[in-house]
Design a protein around this ligand. Structure first.
Ligand code: CU
Length: 216
């Protein structure tokens, strides 16, 4: 073999060795990338804040209904916000009475917004009816109760016949209405009866917690 042939073989061998080494080096970079010289910084430790349990202090208030002297509690259902009003025009005394009272002697007090359920019975000789009026005068001063306010509820009559028709002696009728805070009358609507004394007062108030009535 000539010297030239030997030199060529040496060059081929050296080139192949170099390429092999280069490949190994590249693979080593791929397989073993630069080793971290420092540990990655730790995230701030998770702080667990323990919230103490909330203590609820319940103050129980015992509300004692203090009624005015002479007041009597009316039957009622607090869960339904209803008060029951049993009204009878008695056959004794004045013919223009509700439970024997007249001329605003009977005052009914109810919690604001409660519903009044009226059971009206007429034992009086002549026909009567029972109405609740949003009044605009202190007392009924006219033959027609609507001249002094707006009639909100008609019991034993209708909106168009209340001045002439009621229930006869021995009959009963009922009705109900929710009354927002305010002052109302209950009154017979037959012409002239309220003016003759057949009326009382209903006070609906936020300061009333238990329905009651007072006869003065
Ligand atoms: Cu009447």
């Amino acid at each position: 073999m000539s010297r030239i042939g030997v030199a060529i073989l040496v060059l081929i061998f050296a080139g192949t060795a170099f390429m092999a080494g280069f490949l190994v080096y590249n693979f080593s970079i791929v397989l073993y990338p630069v080793h971290p010289t420092h540990a990655a910084p730790l995230l701030a430790p998770i702080t667990t804040t323990t919230v103490p349990p909330t203590t609820t202090t319940t103050t129980s208030t015992t509300s004692t209904s203090v009624l005015p002297s002479g007041a009597k509690v009316l039957p009622y259902d607090a869960s339904n916000h209803t008060v029951f009003l049993y009204i009878t025009s008695l056959s004794t005394g004045t013919p223009f009475n509700f439970n024997g009272t007249s001329n605003g002697e009977l005052h009914v007090y109810i919690p604001a917004g409660w519903t009044v359920i009226v059971y009206y019975t007429n034992e009086e000789a002549i026909a009567h009816n029972f109405n609740i009026v949003q009044n605009d005068t202190p007392t009924p001063n006219n033959v027609n109760i609507e001249a002094d306010g707006k009639v909100l509820l008609f019991v034993g009559t209708t909106s168009s016949t209340y001045e002439s028709n009621g229930i006869a002696s021995g009959e009963s009728a009922s009705g109900s209405i929710a009354l927002p805070a305010g002052i109302y009358w209950f009154a017979c609507g037959i012409a002239g009866h309220a003016e003759s004394g057949m009326w009382g007062v209903i006070v609906s108030s936020t300061s009333v917690t238990e329905p009651y009535y007072v006869v003065s």
